[in-house]
Design a protein around this ligand. Sequence first.
Ligand code: AMP
Ligand code: FES
Ligand code: ZN
Length: 430
Amino acid sequence: MRLSYSKCGIGSFGLELKSLGRCNNCSEEALVNIRYSKKKLCPECFSEFFVRRVRKTVEEFRMFKPGERVVVAVSGGKDSVALLHALKKAFPEVDILSFYINLGIKYYSDHLQEKVGELAEKLRVPLEVYDLRSEGYTIDDFLMTKYKHKMCSICGTIKRNIFTRMAVKVEANALATGHNLDDTVSTMLSLFFNGDFESIKRLKPVINPLLPKHPRKIKPLITTPEIEDLYYVYLNKLPVGECDCPYGEITPIKDVKAILDKLEDKQPDVKFRLLSVFRKKLIPLIVDNREKGEEVLSCKICGMPSSSEICSKCRKVEELINLKRTAKYESIEIDDVKELGGDVVLLDVRTKEEFLISTLPGAINIPLEELEKRLAELKPYKKTHKILVFCNTGRISYSATLKMRNLGFRAYNLRGGLGLAGKASSLRKE
Ligand code: AMP
Ligand code: FES
Ligand code: ZN
């Protein structure tokens, strides 16, 4: 059985689930190797093992109790999809709701919304969708701002704010997210390297609310290795997003994740040990600002917890909306090269085979997956040229355009790609 694995920040690769002989629990064929506990399990026993651990984690850390309402933030990625399914299995009697935030990341957010809709319907869990466009902006808009190099961080600030607002609205006692063991330990390590101990506190399995009637934040997958979320989703045939966030690959956390994966080869339980050391030894040493007497206010605009009158999310969104109102909006997509003016490089990000069959006159070819590796070829144009990126449909070139903007290029996507008849002639450039 072959799985395509899209690991956040590290890209995609295939995984083969081969027969491992007999399952250690029953007589079926084992497909999953749980190295840290020396077990080989068949799909059914693996799913039971997975759900049992989620139940145990919820109970051990007292994440919620019977009679409480739990809202699950589902992004459509493998972690939160596995989380919603496993929570429903582990606690069939608990009142569980789900919600999705459409971040307006083109070609990505709408696709994930569809998958989350399918999942909620399959599991018969109520789903609420919040669309950032209802507030007049999208995450992509932040590419126009000084935060363009910190897209994931700004997106995180916005998501956390909306998670809490939505949970308060439905009067949930607990708000669950799909943060897994690998996310938690790699984030802890990179915060540690940066000396940002205050933020390490946020990575606890349970964070108590800062304001009355607010939910506690819980991470029922904190003891689940990332790869097992993938096995669970595929072995249970759950709907899951098939593309990565275009901003994902730029985060430095991928290096830390890769180091941990390497360590794990020789020490299969290293991630669990690190989690335990951070949780039991380091976090208790970190002084909470609230213990220092720092007041928690509620933001004057959105009412969410804040250390000043206006919270960080509302300040950043206000900055963005003002910019959109006053500055000339540098659109990310264009219909025609004539809109650009000046010197333009045509960049074909399709495969080499497609490029060799036909392309636009004068275009250079760097397939999307080679873009980071071959950036040096584009560097000479960084200051002097605009870059028009295209593919067949405008979809993968959009992702390439976002990446290039992030890296400081003046890149534009050709809306609709080469598929639109007549486009090629208007693109002919001397
Ligand atoms: P991330 O910060 O993207 O790694 O996501 C961490 C967790 O936040 C996910 O496992 C989900 O539980 C939740 N989450 C992320 N993005 C969304 C979204 N667009 N809508 C709802 N929940 C989300
Ligand atoms: Fe927020 Fe990728 S989902 S930056
Ligand atoms: Zn606010």
